[in-house]
Ligand binder design. Sequence first.
Ligand code: ADP
Ligand code: MG
Ligand code: MG
Length: 258
Amino acid sequence: MPTLEIRDLHVAVGDKEILRGVDLTVRSGETHAIMGPNGSGKSTLAYALAGHPKYTITSGTVLLDGEDLLEMKVDERARAGLFLAMQYPVEVPGVSVSNFLRSAITAVRGEAPKLREFAKDLKAGMDALSIDPAFAQRNTNEGFSGGEKKRHEILQLELLKPKIAILDETDSGLDVDALRVVSEGINRFRGLDASGADTGSGVDTGVLLITHYTRILRYVKPDFVHVFAAGRIVEEGGPELAEKLENEGYEAYTKASA
Ligand code: ADP
Ligand code: MG
Ligand code: MG
């Protein structure tokens, strides 16, 4: 069973310590929400796990299926089954969405998908996310609206089928309709129907859903909620914790950790 195990992770940018001892275990099939105020280190956790060179691991361990993730190069992490949807996705000029996705699948699987199978999966994924067919020929992320960027992320999820997916602020900048489409995409990927019931068809992926706002959690029900403040997890609970945050905000946590 795929498991991501983060133990006492400390991360610095330059000489500034940002993560100050994060402990978190994500098992396949589980959805964890990481919530917290701006600047609490949520994206830093995502970047550190993805192997971004700016983020220095100063101590701690991260295991993916028992293997040392921190020893792996960025492409090895993707091959090992880790997927990161960025808060600010980069433009890839001159590379169409279709080619970008086919290259990504090739990188993860170690071999190119058959063209016919890829075209079929791509069409099914785009249909499910209400994406216009012409989208596949556009340059990756170039001039994408907020909604298009996020749909593209979920399309990547559906095609790559990672073991662990980290979604950083996938809900930011979405209007209500786009939020619903994106949330339904995540739920379909988790093997849940619109009512949250198990359809038995999902991939057993562990999802780490990083968000500042509670609204996406109305559609994507987390199994666990973790509150981040000043670089560590300061409270943990079930979905009811998200409701408490919705009502009370982060003030109690930012005061306590200041
Ligand atoms: P969140 O995603 O919770 O809003 P971040 O992880 O983006 O928080 O940021 C946490 C802290 O680390 C902030 O004080 C931020 O300024 C700092 N930080 C994050 N990334 C960098 C970076 N690349 N360079 C300098 N400071 C950074
Ligand atoms: Mg520590
Ligand atoms: Mg962030």
